[in-house]
Design a protein around this ligand. Structure first.
Ligand SMILES: [Zn+2]
Length: 171
């Protein structure tokens, strides 16, 4: 195997970010399964922004819409009983894009462990929050429920990416 970036034959099979790929020992270029390489780049980009690995794919899926901009995101904390959440703004035509996002959520919620919703909050300016709904006070949320919410994150990211390709998101 030859490096597609620099032509070196010094390729090594390696586990990067828990994913097995071929890495060029000369220039660091990663090769292999396209989805695997994309996933590694996603994790790395997320880390540069200070995002934890669990939430980064969903942040990037939201932002790939071109109109949803994440201002803060976290996959939560078991210790402080904080569930995963994302704060975002809509850069244009809020009503139209929120409607699309909510339709994606409505479909995704049939497959997720928890029900996810979008709330509106005022923090200097208006921001939206995407988070799971718990029918209880925040301090009563259990670590197991936070784990369930975290399990939903990759599914939400995948469903959003899929829907973004569909005509009703594009038009
Ligand atoms: Zn190379």
């Amino acid at each position: 195997m030859e490096c597609e970036a620099c032509g070196s034959r010094n390729m090594e099979r390696r586990t990067v970010e828990t994913i097995l790929v071929e890495e060029c020992q000369l220039c660091g270029n990663l090769q292999g399964d396209d989805a695997a390489v994309a996933r590694i780049e996603e994790v790395r980009r997320g880390r540069e922004r200070g995002l934890d690995e669990g939430i980064a794919p969903l942040v990037q899926a939201l932002e790939s819409s071109g109109v949803l901009q994440v201002t803060h995101a976290s996959s939560g904390s078991l210790q402080s009983r904080e569930s995963p959440h994302l704060f975002f703004r809509v850069t244009k035509n809020d009503a139209i894009h929120l409607e699309r996002l909510l339709r994606t959520l409505e479909h995704a919620n049939r497959e997720t462990e928890l029900v996810w919703l979008v709330e509106l909050t005022l923090q200097h300016s208006l921001l939206y929050i995407l988070r799971p709904r718990f029918w209880k006070r925040p301090q009563e949320v259990t670590p197991d429920e936070i784990r369930l919410a975290r399990r939903d994150l990759p599914l939400l990211a995948a469903r959003l990416r899929r829907d973004l390709q569909l005509s009703w998101w594009r038009d």
